[in-house]
Structures are given as structure tokens and as C-alpha cells.
Design a binder for this molecule. Structure first.
Ligand code: MG
Ligand code: ZN
Length: 367
């Protein structure tokens, strides 16, 4: 009898949490003084209106967004444009410097490569990984491991994957590695470097015990949309957190991207956007649950820029809204930054997108 009553009682107590408290978790988490691990989740094209739409579509009080105790805003502009693109946007996060639109992991003028936080943490023994819903050479993941003057140099960007010690990659774009105009087989080279290469979306057969680095190609080109049966991002994110933990005692850096939120907004497609936001929210949940389970993981969720000029206008009834897009391209709106974990409070305020980089370093206390 007691066994049945206890969980019931806990449910009742947690359901009575005071309304001002963030919906973080039922048990308070004791955080370490500093984070050991960082999970940076980027919703491409996701600013305040996209997150708002996600909250209303998924259900008020039910989303992962509402679990964050700290929110800030970043100014997303690039070095040459108030409206950034994803290459300059991600390079601001990865290198901590503003660059020109279209540039991957380089500063302009002069095509000066900048070291990324992923590369630097790797060089001091951190495990590193990326899980995305675009292809490997696409601008956002590329900006963490590649250094190219133009984002469209996708064949060259794929080559840069061979220059890193990335512990794992999950995402699309296999043809950039095994079906190239230069006839190089990058998969063979990766295998020689000890990588396990798999294709598909099943995690079975991956060295998740931490015994080897791996790349899982979820598509030959771009992965399908979340509205077309793509489900791997949440489960892969959680599995990779646990895998990276086994790869290094020092800690890990994981970049996760909901890549297609941006594409749905470019297409002004509300159903696609809804599916992508729902998928990304589930992915954030996995990261937060992992972080809550160990208290030594900093979770940061942000977007690189707004896309589509999304407005939530009055709907058919008073209980629904009508999404209206004012643009087909990106806009200059400020982008929210959600933080959870040790020293998360450093991410409050309004600051440049480049400060995401410096704040991540400052929380680690390494520099
Ligand atoms: Mg992207
Ligand atoms: Zn875009």
C-alpha cells in the first residue's frame, strides 16, 4: 500500500509547486561549482517568435523552454550585415568573433582561420560531438570544425572533418564523403583513423560504450523533415551525451542543431515549423534530463538568427494564433538564449552573439 501511495504523494507535492518557480524538475538538482560538460543546442532560425509558437503549439507549461531558469538575448548581426546568415552566426558561437556572412570558421578580411571552442577543448582532452538534422558540411556544424571562406565549398568542408578529433557526428550528407568529384573516399580515410562509419538512423552497431569514434550518416544528402518521419534527434542527443561521458574524464562539448527550423521558416511552412519545433523541444528535454541527472552539465539553447519574420497574429478563435510570415529570409531580431546548469546565470542580459563563446569558456574556468 505504501509503495503505491508514495509516488502518488510525490506527484501531488510536485504538482503544487509555486507558480513562480521554473518548471525544471521534480527534484532540486545540486549543481557543481563549474560545468564539466557543455551542450550547446542551436535552433537554426529560432528566435523569440519561433519559441513562442512552439510553446503555444506544444502546450503552455509543457515545453522544455519553460524549464530554463535563466534567459538572455543575443545580438545576432554579423561583421558586415545587421542580418546574419548561419555561417557567420555559428562562427560567432564557435570562434567568439564576428565575421562576414557566408564565412565558415574564418575572420575577414584576409581569410584568417579562427580556432573553434570545439577544436580547443578537443586539444585539451575533452570529448566532442555534433548531432544535427542537416548534412555534415552545412554551415552550422561546419563552423565548429572547418575553416573555409565560402559556405558553399561543401566538398572542402567535408575534408576538414579529417583534420579534427571529433568523437562523433550524427547527421546527413554521406555523399560528401564517399561520392566526390575528386574521387577521394573520405570514409576510408576516417576508418583508417579509427572511426566506425554507419548509415541510417538506428543507433545499433555504434560504439556507444565509448570504445571508438564514429560517424552515423542519417541521409545521403539532407535528412528528411520532422514532418516526414524524421525522429532521431532527441534519442541520438541523449545517447551521445552518455557516449561522450565515457570518452573523456575531463568533460565534453556537444553541439546539437535543429537545423530545419530555419528551412521551415524560409519556406513559410507552418506545419513543417511545428514539427521541427516539437522535435527540437523533445531534444532539449533529453539534454536537460541528462544535465539534471549529473549536475555538472551546462545546457545552452539559442538560435543563430530569426528567420521568416514570424508573427503570432489573432487566430480563428481566442485560443489559437495564426502564424504569419513577413519575410522569406532571415531578420535582425534579437535571439533568446536559455541556460541551465552550473553558472547558467552568466547568460542573462543582452549581449553580442560572440559572448556565447566567451561565456562558455568563462564557466569552464579554463582560460
Ligand atoms: Mg544551420
Ligand atoms: Zn536560413
Amino acid at each position: 500500500m505504501r509503495l503505491i501511495l508514495l509516488p502518488l504523494l510525490l506527484l501531488i507535492i510536485s504538482g503544487c509547486a509555486s507558480p513562480g518557480k521554473p518548471n525544471t524538475e521534480s527534484q532540486p538538482v545540486k549543481f557543481a561549482a563549474r560545468p564539466k560538460n557543455i551542450i550547446l543546442l542551436i535552433g537554426d532560425g529560432m528566435a523569440l517568435s519561433q519559441a513562442s509558437a512552439g510553446i503555444y503549439w506544444i502546450g503552455v507549461g509543457k515545453t522544455s523552454f519553460e524549464r530554463f531558469p535563466v534567459v538572455g538575448f543575443h545580438k545576432s548581426h554579423s561583421s558586415n550585415d545587421l542580418v546574419t546568415d548561419s555561417a557567420a552566426g555559428a562562427t560567432a558561437f564557435s570562434c567568439g568573433q564576428k565575421t562576414t556572412n557566408g564565412t565558415i570558421g574564418m575572420l575577414q578580411p584576409g581569410n584568417r582561420p579562427c580556432r573553434t571552442i570545439l577544436e580547443d577543448l578537443d586539444s585539451i582532452g575533452f570529448a566532442t560531438g555534433m548531432v544535427v538534422t542537416c548534412s555534415a558540411p552545412h554551415a552550422t556544424p561546419a563552423s565548429f570544425i572547418a575553416h573555409r571562406e565560402i559556405r558553399a565549398f561543401t566538398e572542402d568542408i567535408a575534408l576538414d572533418y579529417l583534420k579534427t578529433n571529433l568523437d562523433c557526428f550524427i547527421g546527413g550528407g554521406e555523399h560528401y564523403f564517399n561520392d566526390r568529384p575528386d574521387h577521394l573516399n573520405l570514409e576510408d580515410s576516417l576508418k583508417k583513423n579509427g572511426y566506425v562509419i554507419r548509415r541510417g538512423t538506428s543507433l545499433r552497431g555504434l560504439p556507444l560504450d565509448g570504445s571508438a569514434p564514429f560517424m552515423l550518416f542519417t541521409a545521403d544528402r539532407e535528412p528528411p523533415t520532422a514532418s516526414a518521419d524524421r525522429h532521431y534527434l532527441p534519442v541520438a542527443t541523449r545517447a551521445v551525451c552518455e557516449y561522450l561521458q565515457k570518452r573523456s574524464d575531463k568533460g565534453f562539448f556537444l553541439m546539437v542543431e535543429g537545423s530545419q527550423i530555419d528551412w521551415a521558416c524560409h519556406a513559410n511552412d507552418r506545419n513543417w515549423l511545428r514539427a521541427e519545433l516539437t522535435d527540437f523541444d523533445k531534444t532539449i528535454k533529453q539534454a536537460l534530463d541528462f544535465a539534471a541527472s549529473n549536475g555538472e552539465t551546462l545546457v545552452i539553447v539559442t538560435g543563430d538568427h530569426e528567420c521568416g519574420g514570424l508573427a503570432l497574429t489573432e487566430g480563428q478563435s481566442r485560443r489559437e494564433f495564426k502564424p504569419v510570415f513577413a519575410a522569406r529570409l532571415h531578420t535582425a531580431a534579437l535571439v533568446p538564449v536559455y541556460a541551465y546548469g552550473p553558472l547558467a546565470e552568466r547568460f542573462s542580459g543582452i549581449y553580442d552573439n560572440t559572448e556565447i563563446y566567451s561565456k562558455m569558456w568563462s564557466t569552464l574556468g579554463i582560460r
